[in-house]
Design a protein around this ligand. Sequence first.
Ligand SMILES: Cc1cc2nc3c(=O)[nH]c(=O)nc-3n(C[C@H](O)[C@H](O)[C@H](O)COP(=O)(O)O)c2cc1C
Length: 279
Amino acid sequence: MIKTIDIKSTKTAEVYRYLSNAVTPRPIAFVSTIDKSGNKNLSPFSFFNVFSVNPPILVFSPVRRVRNNTSKDTLDNIKEVNECVVSLVSEEIAQQVSLSSCDFEANVNEFEKAGFTELKSELIRPSRVKESPVNFECKVNDVIELGKEGGAGSLVLCEVLKIHIDEKVIDGKDELDPLKLNLVSRYGKNWYGKTTKESLYEIVKPISRIGMGIDQLPDHIRQSNILTGNELAILASIEKTPIKKDFPLRDNKNTSEKHILAKAFLQEEKFEEAWQILL
Ligand SMILES: Cc1cc2nc3c(=O)[nH]c(=O)nc-3n(C[C@H](O)[C@H](O)[C@H](O)COP(=O)(O)O)c2cc1C
């Protein structure tokens, strides 16, 4: 059974819950801004991502409060001073970031409220967050308002001018290491995600190779009741069906038995054996 939600007949607060509980996990931007009098603001936004590399563009979206249709201080500040620092949120600072999201008065400095250390930016006026592993100094090129009612987002298009990375999160190859970065993500309700070794895995897809695709798998494999879509996708990631070799385990097995064994081989990452048992 499928539950279907008709947007027109659903209250905005409910639509908000469906969208934010469904579109997960989301990365979190911790955004530092100032108003024209120099009042500082620091707030998290998980309606956030990277959208361009050249120019390098990050986008986050402050949403108009549903209860009273007011705008967030971050957006008001950006309209006055079109600069911001976008910082990333590691597990070490997640509680402080959550604290900073309270609706403090506009003149309250969340650096102080949430116990963060300000670092002067090099090219812009808003400060960086010392405790964050990665800080992006940005100028705001554009703000695209998506509506006027409560719940309306405003896309803040931020061009990255400088990136500051804590060397502690860089690996031996001068790359960012996801486990050292230890970023948290936002799920629905009060849930957050961690970046643990158990939660990470690789999907190897060499650019030099074009997979045959599930549609090209032999029918007796493609129509399996035992192999999942993910498992068929792994088998279909090579260019063509491998050549059948002697494989004693295959002898005297019916289709179901072969598929069960193939599944076990795939779970052990024994790709060649999985194919051979199926041929
Ligand atoms: C992890 C996290 C993510 C959030 N993401 C968003 C978001 O994407 N958009 C939004 O409008 N509010 C979001 N909020 C709520 C704002 O951070 C909150 O309204 C904040 O008080 C806004 O502050 P400001 O008025 O000082 O800009 C989020 C809160 C948390 C804790």
